[in-house]
Design a protein around this ligand. Sequence first.
Ligand SMILES: [Zn+2]
Ligand SMILES: [Zn+2]
Ligand SMILES: [Zn+2]
Ligand SMILES: [Zn+2]
Length: 503
Amino acid sequence: MDFLISQNYVNYVCQCGLLKPLTNLYFCRHCLNLRCSFCCHHEVDSHFCRNCLENIPSSEAKLRKNKCNSCFDCPSCSFSVLSARATTIQVPMTVKEKQEGEESSTTTSEASSGKMVAKKMYYLACLACRYSSRDVGISDQASQNFCWPEQEYMHANRFNTILNYYQALVLHDKQVKQDEKRRKTTNKSKFQSMTDRTGLNVSAIRRQMGFDKTVSKPKNKPASILPSMTEEVEELSEDIFTKPINLKNITTIEQRFTQPANQPESVKHLYPQHKNLSIKRSIRCRHCEHNVIKPEYNPTSIKYRIQQFASSHVPEVRIIKCYPLMPNKSAFITLKLTNPTMNDMTITIMELPTDDEEVMMIDEMKKNFESLTVSSKSSLMRPSLIEDPRIVSCKPTAKLELPDSSFVINQRDDSAEFDDEIQTDKKDPKFVIWRKANKIAIELSITPNDLKVNDEVIVGFTMHYTYSTVPSTTAEKKDSQQRHALNARVYLNVGNIVDYSTK
Ligand SMILES: [Zn+2]
Ligand SMILES: [Zn+2]
Ligand SMILES: [Zn+2]
Ligand SMILES: [Zn+2]
């Protein structure tokens, strides 16, 4: 049934007005609202290599250009990691080895020159495509932890100059801005400085004495770099169009893109590539600055310290069945609703808000946010820019007949997960077909508008549900558990209009 989710047949409206499947949304426990990825800050928590699981501090990761020192990606197939393979070769005993041998044992006197000894050597190989570092002429190394020779890039110097120039430029701009800010704040100050009996503040005295460095120091813009000009373009060889090419020796586009600095044309230049680092990121609600996702710091752990996925707080809607849809003719759809929380939920299905109501909702949200920014100005964590709320772009193309009463979905019970028994409750209203543990199936009637054949039929409704904040472990705090009435707007793509003339 998961394919229904992956193809986005059921979409929820984020508070910003974007439609997203439930699995792509987060739920902020403090604002009690759905949040999409645009409504959240994304912060990099830590860098790590997903092959050797080494945790790398972000400053070091920057120096290493976000690459792992010890792991290499296969440049040929680019989905496998190269592993060091050991091999033994016969090498003539060197003079140094002989001397060492003489110190340790007495039998070395007979180890004359020309005697061969076995030596362990290492090379890198891909177990998926049989690529090896020997293919491109990298000599074997004596130790597998030995630094493999770094590839040299043609334009490395040029890139470094450009990088340094722009870093200097950013620094310069920052300084100019800071100076401007400082000047503005001193002008704005309404209060007399009480630093001196003469009424002169320190900066005024400094200026009088000619010590003021902020004025005298001119801010030099970094010298601009020369544009790279190609003086000479190599002529194409004459046989370029006539020489038959061997496709086995030419790299594919993907292989070239994995080495953006070099982009080799021939497979002879496919050098092992340092593995890119991965990140762990935490996600923060933009409205209240609380975390909705916070992973464990340790790269070996896949757990979260905070995880507020919407799918574990908001009832999930899935389409089970839909009868053939024809314009202006009612048809039944069967929906399955799942309660993911540990508390019973009362659900009421209501009409979607009209356009005017939606505009009012947006205005109210903006006002709330502004008041929030004013009240929290003193605190360090200031709500930042939020995604501008908008009216939902999707418009329903069918009328949904609303159920006449609300219904309750039982709490999630992991032990009842394996019960096959379908419970029927006589108190349930008619539209409830069956219920099983924390799931319920309801049948609703829809009437598509005057649509053409193959037009998409979209229905929407507001799902009003009760949500209880997670009870704390201590018994006395359990009473403080709060119940909230929340709304989620759901849009369903129930299918296309069928050609009824042939039926
Ligand atoms: Zn959003
Ligand atoms: Zn690594
Ligand atoms: Zn490979
Ligand atoms: Zn929030």
